[in-house]
Design a protein around this ligand. Structure first.
Ligand code: ADP
Ligand code: MG
Length: 302
């Protein structure tokens, strides 16, 4: 499976919702499409799901136009529309048949899918009585009905309370093991937990395509803060002499240690402390910005 989005643009009257957007997604990836409200996420996702047509550019799945590959894509809309009076099972039967799956196959497959999204015990309850998290899990079940190789989810957790959010995030973690995922959100921390890669969109334009590790290391000083027992303070002189330590500074009871490379050297530093029998009270890897701050900076300044 490979998804290619090539120079896609979409205008609504004089508003450019998506502007020359390109990206590729490989099998097994889980990518977060992140951007503030109005950035163009839903428009782009509808184009990928072939619900909306782009003005320019194309979306290809395994080299073929998306309109020919629809059954390979599962789509969870931002606001799924269910009939409140149907039960969960009836909803899946109805929606599955609408998307062209035979009733026979649906009757075979629905129990497995209900089990996957954790709704087996609720299959005969009416959707009206469902919590937000349960509705969203039913929406995901619907998107999985035709066993797509790619699932696109538009803000799957944004509208949920903390319990619903947890239910759906856990479910996405499971689905991720077998399906390629593209999900949108305006809350970075939602994607942070499940996606390895982030594509940031602002005013319809892609402004960033990066990974969590890259984002953190780019924006953070290679600094650790260490607090040690007073009896071990002489260790700091030793640390100062280490080839990978650039600088040490006392900051109250903590020492701020600037390293050459945080990923490689922080563990060497811990090892050195252990080798010298140093009593570590606190070891903190941190820099200037939280991810949320990095995201805000990107979205506001770019
Ligand atoms: P997001 O999902 O990131 O919040 P959308 O894709 O929904 O953003 O919207 C992107 C921009 O396009 C917004 O300015 C929105 O008002 C506009 N837009 C979206 N759909 C329509 C539409 N059907 N008609 C007119 N403008 C639209
Ligand atoms: Mg949206």
């Amino acid at each position: 499976m490979k998804l290619e989005i090539n120079n896609v643009s979409k205008r609504f009257k004089d508003k450019t919702a998506v502007n020359q957007f390109s990206m590729e997604l490989e099998i097994g990836q889980c990518v977060g499409l992140i951007g503030p409200n109005g950035a163009g996420k839903s428009t782009l996702i509808k184009i990928i799901a072939d619900i909306l047509h782009s003005d320019e550019g194309e979306v290809l799945l395994d080299g073929k136009r998306i309109s020919k590959m629809k059954r390979e894509i599962g789509y969870l809309p931002q606001y799924p529309n269910f009939f409140q009076w149907m039960t969960a099972r009836e909803t899946l039967l109805f929606m599955g048949q609408l998307s062209g799956i035979s009733k026979k196959r649906l009757i075979e497959d629905i129990p497995t899918i209900l089990a996957k999204v954790g709704l087996t015990g609720e299959q005969n309850r009416k959707v009206r009585t469902f919590s937000g998290g349960m509705k969203q899990r039913l929406g995901i079940a619907q998107a999985l009905l035709h066993k797509p190789s790619l699932i696109v989810m538009d803000e799957p957790v944004s509208a949920l309370d903390p319990i619903g959010r947890r239910e759906v995030l856990n479910l996405i973690q499971e689905i991720k093991k077998e399906t390629t995922i593209l999900l949108s959100t305006h809350i970075l921390s939602d994607a942070e937990e499940i996606c390895e890669r982030f594509v940031i969109i602002k005013d319809g334009t892609k402004i960033e395509d990066t990974t969590m590790t890259e984002l953190i290391s780019r924006n953070h000083e290679p600094v650790v803060y260490v607090e040690i027992a007073p009896k071990d303070h002489s260790w700091i002189q030793l640390v100062d002499q280490l080839p990978y330590v650039k600088k040490t500074e006392m900051m109250g009871s903590k020492v701020k240690i600037t390293l050459e490379n945080i990923d490689v050297h922080k563990n060497m530093l811990i090892q050195n402390a252990l080798d010298n029998d140093v009593d570590i009270v606190r070891f903190e890897v941190s820099g200037n910005d939280t991810l949320e701050e990095i995201f805000l900076k990107l979205v506001v300044s770019a």
